[in-house]
Ligand binder design. Sequence first.
Ligand code: 13P
Length: 349
Amino acid sequence: MPLVSMRQLLDEAAKGGYGVGAFNVNDMEQIQAIMEAARETRSPVIIQASRGARQFAQDRYLYHLILAASELYPEIPIAMHQDHGNSFETCKSAIELGFTSVMMDGSLKADGKTPSSFEENVEVTRKVVDFAHERGITVEGEIGVLGGVEDGHGAGGSGLDHITDPDQAVEFAERTGVDALAIAIGTSHGAYKFNKKPDGSVLKMDVLIAIHKRLPNTHLVMHGSSSVPKDLQDIINQYGGKLKETWGVPVEEIQLGIRNGVRKVNVDTDNRLAITGAIRKVLWESPEKFDPRDYMKPAREAMQKVVALRMTQFGQAGHAGDYTPVSIADIAKGYKDGSLSTRPLVAAK
Ligand code: 13P
């Protein structure tokens, strides 16, 4: 099956009332792990690459690897997404390369570090939406600023520093016409999200629920959604690693988000932990080994296990065959003739 529009994938998720994991990739083994998990659970998938990943892998490699996945797994709808585009140029280059979806993260300036003004964010996001929709490509925007840093991108600090204001979220969605909206509710990128065991809610779910009430048809996106499971931390530390004690986002909170409009759930760190733990274990137990396949195979299997579990927990499992993909050209026509709306439904306060 050809690569599909993320807009179609998220519209279908909204109809079915489930969330879709968006998993970051840098190399072939990660793509293979996601695709095997998708086949195992019959899930549609979003495969995403950050700017750092595009640089690391040389993005034509990534593009062709994902195309290979679409040939080898014809039953799985795959959206190929640029994670955290920092500028119009980054998003344009992703679209020209063949990505079917881009995130314009205008919550930060183009340096990927300094929080921008609301007007700057609206302006650059709107510009990307105009360029992308003409070509049938989906756009995710961000309002509010996430905590932490991922691949050099991020304002740092706590996820609670710049929580999304629901009124601004409404104005942002109306003025930009984005297909999906990332919001800041206390999550942050990376392994070190919370330094004590969550007792009760760790995220601002009231803010998420307030935004969903005002924008009932807008696809919300949760970044920084790794759960940083203790068992994965333990494997790393058992085999010579030195992770400090840390806690991630409880899956139950993500599931509450999914019941309140979250359709895309970004996960990277959990997979990094699974891969690193598996590699450490092999090299620790068998220091004589030097064939990369001896540790890359268990690493790939460990990531597949995490991804399959998340696909089941987010509810996308079983939905791969629910719909036929609409071509990107027809999606472009839909944006043009208005059959694919870009005006959010706004409910009164
Ligand atoms: P994690 O670091 O929690 O996996 O978040 C990844 C992410 O949000 C990518 O954009």
